[in-house]
Write a protein that binds this ligand. Sequence first.
Ligand SMILES: C[S@@+](CC[C@H](N)C(=O)[O-])C[C@H]1O[C@@H](n2cnc3c(N)ncnc32)[C@H](O)[C@@H]1O
Length: 187
Amino acid sequence: MSAPPDLPEIVTRALRMSLQHGYVMTSRTETGRLLATLAATRGGTMAECGTGCGVGAAWLRTGAPKSTRVLTAELDPELAHGVMEMFAADDIEVMHADWASLAEHAPFSLIFIDADSARHSPREEIVGMLETGGMIVIDDFTPSADWPPMDSGRVDQLRQEWLTDERFTSADVMVATDTSVLVAVKR
Ligand SMILES: C[S@@+](CC[C@H](N)C(=O)[O-])C[C@H]1O[C@@H](n2cnc3c(N)ncnc32)[C@H](O)[C@@H]1O
């Protein structure tokens, strides 16, 4: 590990909620540190699609300038309301909603979504919510040294589409030996 072991208090709180709920889809700490670093470059409004137990939002809030708005949407009512309560004093806006309804708050300077959700969502809907210079961060990919990128013996079409979209400058960042994160910036 090449990062300090201490975690921000707000992240620890969210991780504790994940443990209490037996929630296993929480973002990795390696991904979180990248998210916070990217968030530090962002103004305007950032949006997370799928709050889970709030770990991604906590990292975004940790890195972002105070004036940057952090919005996150979660479909599961118990999770959404639990995270709302947990972040009541943290300047993170939690919506119990389908992430598609985040569109009314667009454009965003950063959108964070996991690969599985992105695979089941219309790509152009996501592109349309990003401001020029805005970035999309997609986590939970399997590292691949090949081109096209492979996952479980098949071409990873989602990653291939983002990496070849000429409207974006993008990179597939291996944040740990077993997970990678795609970062794409809208030109
Ligand atoms: C991989 S988890 C997200 C983890 C979270 N981003 C984090 O940093 O820990 C995906 C979450 O998306 C939620 N979800 C699935 N479809 C959704 C939708 N259409 N709108 C909002 N949330 C959704 C799921 O309930 C689940 O909690």
